[in-house]
Design a protein around this ligand. Sequence first.
Ligand code: LMR
Length: 401
Amino acid sequence: MSVFSCLETAPRDPIMGMTEAYMADPAPDKVNLGVGVYLDETGKIPLMMCVQAVEQDLAATRRPHGYLPMSGMAGYNTVVQELVFGPSSSAVITGRVATLQAVAGTGALRVGAGLLALASPDSKVLLSDPSWENHDLVFTRAGFTTGTYRYYDAATRSVDIEGMLDDLRAADPGTIVVMHASCHNPTGCDLTHDEWDRVTEVVQERELVPFIDMAYQGLSLSVIQDMYPMTALGEAGVNFLVANSFSKNFGLYGERVGAIHFATSDSAEATRVLSQAKIVVRSLYSNPPTQGAAIVSTILSSRELRGIWEKELGEMRDRIKKMRAVFRSGLENAGVTQDLSYITSQAGLFSYSGLTVPQMQRLRNEFHIYGLDSGRLCVAGLNAFNMDRVIEAVSEIMKSE
Ligand code: LMR
């Protein structure tokens, strides 16, 4: 009798599984708008100039491949903390933030969840409805029970802020609330700064524990504006966590670069939390990898390279906006009569199309265009070569509703 015999075949991952299906499709004109990856106008993941410059220097330097500390590269943690919280953050200046390099955004979430499982094992975790498909898995596998708070209003295609606040007001003290800093995944609908202020008031009043997922800093409005949730929560003195990733905004997907930040009460508490988080890391993967963190910290530490990075990031942001505009007008010109303004008002990589599961299946099976079953389309995968095909297919499906 095998120890594994009780295991059934797991279902396909809703996002990564879609890439597997895309790869297996022999159609020559297939289009992948499933996974959240930014592609350039030629349909490739860009190798940013700032990244290339650092990689050349790193390749020219012979370095032994030693271990990093469990918390990662110290210089990296310092510059990343400043990027995520801002240079004048009082939380950072007073030393109440503990930061550890992490294995991209997912790894950061998992380390944060592991630490919370020690600190607050009976707390419930609330996710936005809907949220990134992997959030639920990360928190349930760390031992938590998850639920949802109202977020997206399908009728208005915008954030149901009153519903969200009511649900937060009804949550028990200590509830962990996972929120997206910007470019909400999958809806592309973000809170305004005023709404973040209102959320901050409620989490403070109800003693909730915000856990901010920031996978897209700089891809909504700007590097500075996208960090507003950290400013609002930090200045209010709230205890919270931030998981940040450099997959999308540095194009370093496979390098797995990110960080987990714990905004604690004071520097003594930050020291204790850091020591416990290191044990969580040790039990999961011991210590993080080197290359991606070396690239990011070199860029963020150099005024010149950081300038190049922000410029390239701005170009990515503009290209996404342009693709949204072309996609929307293409559908309108093709005779789709429903209000499509959501395509240009949503922010970030995704358009939450409202297409149903059968419609998304049709898009895949008949037209070889891959999006998620939730209706999410990665508009950052559109370009001049695939745009017409996508418009033709999506308009046909929308018109036959
Ligand atoms: C996505 O949402 O498609 C990306 O964040 C990739 C992932 O890991 O799911």
